[in-house]
Design a protein around this ligand. Structure first.
Ligand code: MGP
Length: 210
C-alpha cells in the first residue's frame, strides 16, 4: 500500500497467502463489482512533531467491492492500531476534518465504546459501519460524508459524519439504522461539528438522539 506510514497500518494477512494463477479463473469471475462512490481510506498518525492536519494521511482509494476486501485484509484492524491513531473512510474528495466544505455544516453520530469493547465490539462495529457506507445502505446515503474510528486510551469512538445538521429526517434515519444494524441498546447522540470544535466531545450537547 502506498503511504508514508504504511508500516503502521499494514497487517500480516498477506504474508502467508498463496496466490493462485489468475489464468485458471474463468473471466466472468474476474469482474469487479463497482461501488456507487469512490472512497478514500485515511490514517491519523498522531506524530507530535506535526500539526493535526499534517497527521491525516490519505492512504488509498477504492471503488469496487473486491478492492475494498483486498484492502481490508491487508491492513491492521482498529484494535491493532496504536492508541491515538484513527482510520477514516470518506467519499473521495472530502477530507475527514471539520474544515472541509462538505463537513462545515455537518455533524456526527457518535458511538463511544467502553474499554472492554475494544476486544468484543470495536472491529466488528467498524467493519459494519464501513459496509453500511460503501454499500449505500442508508435511505439518505447522499447525506453521508464518511466515518471515523478513534483508538484512544480512555474510550474508543466510532462516528458517522453527515453533511447537513438541519436535515432532521435524514439524520434521524441514519442514526436509527446505525443503531439498529450494530445492535446497540443504549442511546446514541448526534452532535454538530461546530459544537465539538469548541468543547470536549464528552461535554458536547446532542442535537438529536436515537
Ligand atoms: P479527536 O481526535 O477527535 O478526539 O480530537 P480525542 O482524541 O478523543 O479528543 P477529545 O477532544 O474528543 O476528547 C482531538 C483533537 O484533535 C481536537 O481537540 C482537535 O484539537 C483535533 N481535531 C479533531 N478533529 C476531528 C479535528 C478537525 O476536524 N479539524 C481540526 N483542525 N482539528 C481536529
Amino acid at each position: 500500500m502506498a503511504g508514508n506510514n504504511a508500516e503502521d497500518v499494514e497487517g500480516s494477512a498477506g504474508a502467508d497467502c498463496k496466490t493462485n494463477s489468475t489464468a485458471e479463473v474463468p473471466p466472468e469471475f474476474l469482474i469487479k463489482h463497482p461501488l456507487q462512490n469512490t472512497w478514500s481510506l485515511w490514517f491519523y498518525d498522531n506524530d507530535r512533531t506535526k500539526s493535526w492536519e499534517e497527521n491525516q494521511i490519505e492512504l488509498t482509494t477504492f471503488d469496487t467491492v473486491e478492492d475494498f476486501w483486498r484492502l481490508y485484509h491487508h491492513i491492521k484492524l482498529p484494535s491493532e492500531l496504536r492508541q491515538g491513531h484513527d482510520y477514516a473512510v470518506f467519499k473521495q474528495g472530502i477530507r475527514p476534518m471539520w474544515e472541509d466544505d462538505a463537513n462545515k455544516m455537518g455533524g456526527r453520530w457518535l458511538i463511544s465504546l467502553e474499554k472492554k469493547q475494544r476486544n468484543s465490539d470495536l472491529d466488528r462495529f467498524w467493519l459494519d459501519v464501513v459496509l453500511l457506507l460503501i454499500g449505500e445502505n442508508f435511505e439518505h446515503a447522499e447525506e453521508i460524508c464518511g466515518a471515523v474510528v478513534n483508538v484512544r486510551p480512555k474510550f474508543d469512538k466510532i462516528a458517522i459524519w453527515t453533511a447537513d445538521t438541519s436535515k432532521q429526517q435524514a439524520n434521524l434515519e441514519i442514526g436509527r439504522k446505525l443503531k439498529d444494524q450494530l445492535g446497540i441498546h443504549g442511546v446514541i447522540g448526534f452532535q454538530l461539528h461546530r459544537d465539538t470544535m469548541v468543547k470536549h466531545s464528552s461535554a458536547t450537547k446532542n442535537l438529536y438522539t436515537v
